[in-house]
Ligand binder design. Structure first.
Ligand code: ADP
Length: 559
């Protein structure tokens, strides 16, 4: 092409244009406006060139006919115009001048040569399809192009003298067919444009959602990192970088120190394969796990949870790891646990003793009425304080603070419960045994769990007679830590088993025997255990005893 260099913006555009023509990778819409106009004009010119060759062979006398020559010349001129006018600077739609002007050379060529080459009027398909395919004001432009086609075939008839209406009618067919093609092209173009608009809308929506997600992820106070299945990080928010900065060794510590990630309570840095990230990638379950990042005063405590996410086909796409900075919360929870543990042991044990001995003294037949009344006052007040302590503990195990879970050893809690109940067991003449086998690490609210075990043990003692035995056991069963509290006491009737776990539910047996209690302990215990993802069950026979079983998920078991 002679005018490539001057007409198109640089060689790249020419290459692209050729690529579009040869049905390569480049697409029409990627071309510049000039490239597009030129490419739309080119088919008409190439076909007219072919007509020239055919005419030269079949009817050489036509080659000198002024109309034929003018037609070919105007067509070339239009191609030059298409490639040289700055279409992008002209108002959109102005390029349609070219296809409308195309009707002139096509009309001239068909008028001069159609007697030898019939069907030349169909060359007008090119401008018609261009007009319709542009999608620009189709309701006006498509009929206009049909009218132009009609004008093209009728004009020579008028120029040759007043035509017979029947001749005019005979020449209606070709313009009508051209119009039909124009309408068909327009329908398809408009449908394509509507689809494209929809795709663009969806794309815009997706982009908006992504921007919203970005904003949310940057706003939340949680460090978020997204990893694909190959372990590559695909997203990290600022908070994540901030939180984990504590784990990066300082210059004094030197780079050989490695990332300072510790298990809570340990001073030994974890090897990478034990980091939450690596374990989550290896398919392990990571939920609310506590890690300490860094050392000294700047150390942060984080609670890490990992979640897999799936792609549109349901396959594993990667893992999202969320780390929240719980340094202050963990400090507060530890302080609260210490306080509640003191409250429960330092207050409840002596209070239980005061109540027990007050009962013993009150039973003394030699006691004067006045002293008995005094003792009852002591017992009532001690009972009052005991129930206030209980209420405090209830609030503690159900309140918002109970949502924070730290790793703890269930076996240790069972041993502590046995120790703290030893005195009241011996007062009642009951043998209390505890068997534990190895550490059973779970993620739990310490105060809640201690309350559950204490409550089961105190029930076992309360509802058993002297000379019997209460056995505590903590063992592992698959991915569960299992605590059993077994007694040889009064037992529970089958029909009562369903009620004892409801608030204020008490068995008929104890109601009859006037054993004190509010019937709140088991309901609360069940609530606490279930909130930890576990279960609390009871197997019992009247007169033979009861076995309460607590199951809690062990920490860090595979998903
Ligand atoms: P409380 O002991 O204060 O009544 P709980 O919720 O701890 O409340 O227990 C509910 C009921 O379950 C008790 O009232 C009692 O009827 C029954 N129960 C609980 N533990 C035992 C046990 N080890 N042996 C017999 N009955 C029990």
């Amino acid at each position: 092409m002679v005018m490539q260099g001057s007409v198109l913006e640089g060689g790249a555009d020419v290459v692209k244009l050729l690529d579009v023509l040869l049905l390569g990778r480049a697409r029409f819409h990627e071309l510049s406006m000039r490239g597009r106009v030129m490419l739309s004009q080119l088919p008409a010119n190439l076909t007219l060139l072919l007509v020239l060759v055919v005419v030269a062979a079949a009817a050489p006398e036509k080659l000198t006919e002024p109309a034929f020559v003018a037609g070919q010349a105007i067509a070339v001129l239009l191609l030059v115009l298409s490639g040289s006018l700055p279409w992008e600077r002209l108002p959109y739609g102005s390029f349609l001048v070219v296809p409308f002007l195309d009707f002139i050379p096509i009309g001239l060529v068909q008028a001069s040569a159609s007697d030898r080459l019939p069907g030349l009027a169909f060359l007008a398909l090119f401008p018609i399809m261009w007009v319709a395919g542009s999608g620009y004001r189709p309701r006006l432009m498509v009929p206009l192009s049909g009218a132009a086609a009609l004008a093209m075939v009728w004009t020579p008839l008028f120029l040759a003298g007043t035509p017979d209406p029947r001749v005019l009618a005979g020449h209606l067919l070709a313009p009508f067919m051209l119009l039909a093609v124009g309408v068909g092209t327009s329908v398809m173009t408009l449908s394509g444009m509507a689809q494209q608009a929809r795709v663009e809308e969806l794309l815009a929506q997706a982009e908006n959602r992504e921007r919203l997600l970005d904003a949310v992820l940057e706003t939340v106070d949680v460090g978020v990192v997204v990893i694909d299945t190959e372990g590559r990080g695909t997203f990290t928010n600022t908070k994540q970088v901030e939180v984990y900065a504590a784990a990066v060794p300082t210059e004094e510590e030197g780079p050989e120190t490695g990332m300072m990630i510790y298990r809570d309570g340990s001073e030994e840095a974890l090897p990478p394969e034990q980091w939450a990230l690596e374990r989550a990638l290896a398919g392990e379950r990571v939920e609310h796990e506590i890690f300490r990042l860094g050392r000294g005063r700047d150390a942060r405590t984080v609670s890490v949870t990992a979640r897999d996410f799936l792609d549109a086909d349901g396959g594993l796409a990667g893992t999202v790891l969320a780390s929240s900075d719980v340094t202050d919360v963990v400090h507060a929870v530890r302080a609260r646990d210490r306080f509640l543990s003191t409250l429960s042991h330092e207050f409840r044990t002596p209070l239980a003793n005061i109540l027990g001995y007050a009962e013993l003294v009150a039973d003394d037949p030699d006691l004067s009425d006045g002293s008995r009344a005094d003792i009852q006052v002591i017992a009532r007040n001690a009972q009052h304080v005991a129930s206030m302590v209980d209420e405090l503990l209830v609030v503690a195990v159900t309140g918002a603070g109970a949502a924070v879970r730290l790793p703890l050893d269930v076996a240790e809690i069972v041993r502590e419960a046995a120790e703290s109940s030893a005195a009241s067991a011996s007062v009642r003449g009951i043998r209390l045994h505890a068997e534990t086998d190895g550490a059973l690490m779970v993620l739990a609210d310490r105060t809640g769990l201690v309350r559950v075990v204490d409550n089961l043990v105190s029930n076992a003692l309360k509802y058993s007679g002297a000379g019997t035995e209460v056995r505590l056991r903590a063992a592992r069963d698959g991915r569960w830590a299992v605590v059993t509290v077994e007694d040889r006491g009064i037992g529970i009737a089958e029909e009562d088993l369903v009620h004892i776990f409801t608030r204020f539910g008490r068995s008929d047996g104890v109601l009859g025997e006037d054993i004190p209690g509010a019937g709140l302990g088991l309901a609360l215990s069940k609530e606490v255990v279930e909130r930890h993802g576990g279960s609390l069950e009871c197997a019992s026979r009247v007169g033979e005893g009861s076995t309460f079983t607590v199951r809690l998920p062990l920490r860090g078991e595979p998903r």
